[in-house]
Design a binder for this molecule. Structure first.
Ligand code: MG
Length: 263
C-alpha cells in the first residue's frame, strides 16, 4: 500500500515534472528581469555608476604624476555592464528553457542595446586618451558578433586587441587583467559581477560578502559595480557553482539561503 502510494506520488511528480518543471523555475526570474527592464531605478543606477566613473576618471587623471610610463587604461565587462541582454533573460522566463539554451543564437544577432550612460562614458574616456579594454567571459567563437554589436552601439576602441574574451580552459578574468596590466596602468574597473574585479573568484556566499566588506573602500573609487539581479556569481555561489544541480535542488537552495526573522 505504502509502496503503491510511493510509486503513485513518484509518477505524479514525474508527470508534473514533465509538464512544468523548468518553466516554474525560470518564472522565478520574472521579477528580476522586470525590475531590470522596467524600473527607472535600474536605469538610474547605470547613469549613477557611469557618472561616478567619469568623476573618478577626471580626478585620477588630474592627480596622476606626469611622465608615468604606463598609459592609463580602464577595464570593462560587456554583458549587463555595457550591453543589455535582458531581452534574452525575458525569453528564458517566458519560454521555460534553462540556460545556456540559445545564448549563442542571441549573441550572434549582435543587436543588444547599450545600457544607460555606457557609450557616453566610453566616448569621454576615449577622448581623454585612456585605453579601453573589454574583458568578457563570452568565448572566442563569439568574438566577431561581439565586436560588431559593440561597434554598432558606438563603443570606441573596439578591435581584436581591446576585446579580450575567455580562452579555452581559462577560469575567470584575472589572466587577462594581468595581461593588460603589463603594459597599462588600470585605473578603473566596471562590472555587474564581483568576478569582474580581482580577488572575488570562486568564493562562497559568505566569503563573497566578507570580501566586499574587506574591500569596501574600493567601491565607487576604483571599482564601479552595476546591478544584476537576473544572474551572476552571486547566484552560482548559492549552488556552490554547480549549475548541473537539478532545478528542484536549486530552488531548495534559494530558499535555504533566505534569512528570516525569528517567530
Ligand atoms: Mg557581466
Amino acid at each position: 500500500m505504502l509502496a503503491a502510494a510511493a510509486v503513485l506520488s513518484f509518477s505524479f511528480y514525474c508527470d508534473n515534472a514533465r509538464a512544468e518543471p523548468v518553466k516554474s523555475f525560470t518564472e522565478q526570474n520574472t521579477m528580476s528581469v522586470l525590475w531590470f527592464q522596467k524600473s527607472g531605478e535600474a536605469k538610474g543606477l547605470y547613469y549613477q555608476g557611469y557618472y561616478l566613473g567619469k568623476m573618478r576618471l577626471d580626478d585620477i587623471l588630474r592627480k596622476r604624476p606626469k611622465g608615468k610610463s604606463l598609459k592609463p587604461a580602464i577595464v570593462l565587462d560587456i554583458d549587463e555592464t555595457i550591453l543589455d541582454n535582458s531581452p534574452h533573460q525575458a525569453w528564458y522566463v517566458l519560454s521555460g528553457k534553462g540556460r545556456p539554451f540559445n545564448w549563442n543564437e542571441w549573441f550572434s544577432r549582435g543587436d543588444a542595446k547599450p545600457l544607460p550612460g555606457a557609450i557616453e562614458f566610453l566616448r569621454y574616456a576615449d577622448s581623454k586618451g585612456v585605453a579601453i579594454y573589454y574583458i568578457s567571459n563570452r568565448n572566442e567563437a563569439q568574438k566577431q558578433a561581439t565586436m560588431k554589436n559593440l561597434q554598432n552601439v558606438g563603443a570606441p576602441q573596439v578591435d581584436a586587441a581591446h576585446v579580450l574574451l575567455q580562452q579555452p580552459g581559462e577560469i575567470g578574468k584575472e589572466t587577462r587583467r594581468n595581461q593588460v596590466a603589463k603594459t597599462h596602468d588600470i585605473i578603473l574597473l566596471f562590472g555587474d559581477n564581483l568576478g569582474d574585479f580581482s580577488g572575488f573568484e570562486g568564493l562562497s556566499v559568505s566569503e563573497r560578502i566578507q570580501a566586499v566588506e574587506r574591500n569596501n573602500e574600493e567601491f565607487g573609487k576604483k571599482l564601479i559595480l552595476f546591478p544584476n539581479p537576473m544572474y551572476g556569481d552571486w547566484e552560482g555561489a548559492i549552488y556552490n557553482y554547480d549549475y548541473r544541480k537539478s532545478n528542484e535542488e536549486k530552488a531548495k537552495l534559494r530558499k535555504k539561503f533566505l534569512e528570516i526573522y525569528q517567530q
